[in-house]
Design a protein around this ligand. Structure first.
Ligand SMILES: [Ca+2]
Ligand SMILES: [Ca+2]
Ligand SMILES: [Ca+2]
Length: 237
């Protein structure tokens, strides 16, 4: 009897282990099968994605607003970056998918190689796009140069970084400076601050207001500064 119990226990243990290893891949296959209704709400995965809803949430939640595995990457971005929307650390290297993307590491590989980072500045819409791995990961409002002192279009690279650059010409601070020319004439920086402490208002963002530089708001400027390097490509168009 004792022997039977023991062998039965071993059998159940092996069955459990098999299930443990098989279930995630079975689950994964259903999650990516276009015809399957993963969240059981009556709509196929494909139909939900086509209309912008998360196929991993039975509630009517948009892909952008759903983070099924709570890894900081919405279901929308998981589909774009081809990471696993139901596994928080797709490559099992100890770092969450969302954190890896935010710092341009590959969430599908434990390699320390960075994903391509690129900045695009669109003068017409006064927006800056920060692209990671070819995807438009973040978008911020900017102020470029006024009509009489326009920001020059072109393809640049970040030449210099300076957390608190001083403008000799205008006698003010330009925090989180990302210089695009060797002579320091044009750069991306936070809203300027005068020695008195007065800072140019956020209300200018979204319309040209500078003498040629590209201004970012408080928050976005540091965000970008902390994530790009000397050599990162910047396209102004
Ligand atoms: Ca996620
Ligand atoms: Ca994930
Ligand atoms: Ca990871």
């Amino acid at each position: 009897m004792r022997q039977t119990l023991r062998s039965g226990g071993v059998f159940l243990f092996i069955l459990g282990l098999t299930g443990f290893f098989l279930f995630p891949s079975f689950c994964r296959a259903q999650a990516v099968d276009p015809a399957y209704d993963f969240d059981g709400d009556g709509f196929s995965n494909e139909a939900e994605i086509a209309s912008g809803y998360s196929p991993y949430n039975p509630l009517q939640v948009k892909l952008e607003d759903s983070d099924s595995d709570r890894d900081g990457l919405s279901d929308y971005w998981e589909l774009q970056f081809k990471t696993d929307p139901l596994v928080s650390d797709s490559d099992g290297d100890g770092f969450l998918d969302g954190r890896e993307i935010d710092f341009a590491y590959n969430p599908l590989s434990s390699s320390s190689a960075r994903l391509e980072r690129k900045i695009e500045i669109h003068l017409k819409t006064q927006k800056l796009l920060y692209l990671v791995g070819g995807q438009p990961w973040k978008e911020f409002l900017v102020s470029s140069g006024i009509a009489s002192m326009p920001t020059p279009k072109g393809v640049y690279q970040i030449k210099t970084k300076n957390r608190k650059a001083w403008s000799n010409t205008y006698k003010l601070w330009m925090p989180y400076w990302l210089g695009l020319l060797n002579n320091g004439q044009i750069g991306i920086h936070e809203l300027p601050v005068w020695p008195s402490g007065y800072r140019e208002g956020e209300s200018h963002l979204g319309k040209p207001a500078s003498h040629g530089c590209v201004r970012l708001g408080v928050g976005p400027a540091q965000y970008l500064y902390d994530r790009v390097s000397e050599g990162t490509e910047v396209v102004i168009k």
